[in-house]
Design a protein around this ligand. Structure first.
Ligand code: NAP
Ligand code: MG
Length: 498
């Protein structure tokens, strides 16, 4: 195995294992004989071979999760016992933080400092946060009304909340460990059991959680992890008749396929999908701060980030000044391997993604837009692309309408707030929007009018595990994080003693 980057003995040992599925608390030999490889996108080098789980592997994992759920071994544990185990998961994650960070850099390509360093610590905090919810899940009582029967007038209808059952969870490759924690932790707090399928392009950090769960004393079968391809393992999970809920983060197109697959047993579906997030700057904004944040939110994770500020709208009075500063900051961005000191952005995840990003940029040129900076693959090993600004695009262009998922943003101008908000809403997506102004009336109008799950003033996006995030329109269904994230794993039941 080629491991030339500076990685620890623990990471090496993990990479060199024969990888298997984590089912029923053990590393299980797969039913499927097929495997797939995962690459380090900075070096185009294979780092591990993983089993491509098939429907039998998914059946085995679902059956383990169902047995645990039916037995009540996790579901009926005292909240304080659940909380202790979840805190223990956080502690074990923290003690293995270096390995998890290194796996994220190797498998996903993200930069070590600060993103990958942050990943296991954030994942641990997510487990601690939801651990605190275990003893705070409560129902409601409601007054009864209008019963013709006098004997009913004393009844106190009560709504109790129970775990939804077996949850299937499917995540993308762009923030693997944090995504896994954001899904697994609320499911555990609610009392569910889980089958997780990570993304084929970056499964390693999620798979490594198996050891953490075992060491923390989570009952075997509560969380099961099956690696594999979306159209096979993912499809088997989303259509499985014994899965009660599917939680998906990924593209809008696959979200629709999963929703269709879920209709067989009408399992509950929550979706965190794509985005094409507007970043709207008015003339009174602090331009230096806005430029700095536009730089960050357009290029974070090489733009492979659902909240990416991929459509920048500038008031015509400040368009030239803002653009000049943003171009300068894009040009100054150090692109390199996540292990290299000073790298601000790493490679794209794959050769396919590199081609896709480049084809959007070439398409923008052909449609008449101007490339102010970037616009090319970087000539070195790895899937690196230059930070790119497309200027003078119009609303109908593909680069404005479709999610590029690369270090590419478009700049357009507007004359007034009506035009800005109408352009912002001219998208099938509605995940995140930001408005840069100190004018409260413009800010308040934007908050009301922009159709987006999050609208922030003088900041772009708000990713914090305590605060709900989710999309309107084709950006998704439901909200993850915060108390809303827990709701996705609970069902209401009405009870009454008469
Ligand atoms: P993707 O292609 O939709 O894949 C996501 C996951 O779904 C992967 O595990 C994938 O497996 C699996 N999958 C693919 N086809 C499937 C099928 N037919 N049935 C069941 N599962 C299937 O997305 P991606 O390229 O990994 O991630 C990028 C997308 O995620 C972007 O659109 C981005 O905006 C979105 N995203 C959204 C959020 C949010 O919070 N709203 C956060 C992050 C990312 P394979 O890996 O084998 O294909
Ligand atoms: Mg990889």
């Amino acid at each position: 195995m080629v491991t030339s980057p500076p990685i620890s003995a623990d990471t090496n040992a993990f990479l060199e294992r024969e990888h298997r599925h984590f089912i029923n608390g053990e590393w299980i030999t797969p039913h499927s004989q097929v495997s797939f490889t995962t690459l380090d996108p900075a070096r185009e080098v294979e780092i591990a071979s993983l089993p491509a789980g098939n429907s039998e592997d998914i059946d085995e994992a679902v059956s383990a999760a169902r047995s645990v759920f039916a037995s009540g071994i996790w579901r009926t544990q005292a909240p304080s016992a659940k909380e202790s185990i979840m805190v223990r998961i956080a502690q074990v994650l923290e003690t293995r933080a270096d390995m998890f960070s290194e796996l994220e850099v190797l498998d996903n390509g993200m930069v070590m400092d600060p993103i990958a360093k942050w990943a296991p610590l954030t994942a641990a905090r997510i487990f601690r946060y939801y651990a605190g919810w275990c003893d705070k899940i409560s129902g409601r009582t409601l007054p009864i009304n209008g019963s013709p029967s006098r004997s009913m007038s004393d009844v106190v209808p009560t709504i109790i909340r129970q775990p939804i059952g077996v949850a299937g969870q499917i995540i993308p490759w762009n923030y693997p460990l944090a995504m896994a924690a954001m899904k697994i932790a609320p499911a555990l707090a609610a009392g569910c059991s889980v089958v997780m399928k990570p993304a084929e392009l970056a499964s390693l950090s999620t798979l490594a959680l198996g050891d953490v769960f075992a060491e923390a004393g989570l009952p075997p079968g509560t969380i099961n992890i099956v690696t594999g391809l979306g159209h096979e393992a993912g499809a088997a999970l989303s259509q499985h008749m014994d899965v009660d809920k599917i939680a998906f983060t990924g593209s809008t197109q696959v979200g629709k396929e999963i929703t269709r697959a879920a209709t067989g047993n009408l399992k509950r579906v929550s979706l965190e999908l794509g985005g094409k997030s507007p970043f709207i700057v008015f003339p009174d904004a602090d331009l230096d701060v806005a430029v700095e944040r536009a730089h960050f939110s357009s290029l974070h994770l090489s733009g492979q980030n659902c909240m990416c500020s991929s459509r920048i709208y500038l008031h015509q009075d400040i368009a030239d000044a803002f653009t000049e500063k943003l171009v300068a900051s894009f040009k100054n961005t150090q692109v390199g391997s996540g292990f290299e000191n000073g790298s601000r952005i790493g490679p794209l995840i794959s050769a396919k993604q590199l081609e896709r990003v480049n084809s959007y940029v070439r398409g923008a040129e052909q449609q008449g837009a101007q490339i102010l900076t970037g616009g090319n693959k970087i000539r070195r090993e790895g899937y690196f692309y230059e930070p790119t600004i497309i200027y003078g695009a119009n609303q109908n262009m593909t680069c404005v309408q479709e999610e590029i998922f690369g270090p590419v943003t478009t700049i357009q101008t507007f004359e007034d707030a009506d035009e800005a908000f109408s352009k912002a809403n001219d998208s099938v997506y509605g995940l995140v929007a930001s408005i840069w102004t100190n004018d409260l009336s413009i800010a308040n109008r934007g908050i009301q009018e922009i159709r987006s799950g999050t609208v922030t003033i003088n900041h772009h996006g708000l990713l914090d595990f305590t605060v709900p995030i989710g999309g309107l329109k084709q950006s998704g269904w439901g909200r993850e994080n915060g108390p809303d994230g827990l709701d996705l794993y609970l069902e209401d039941k009405t009870v009454a003693f008469v």
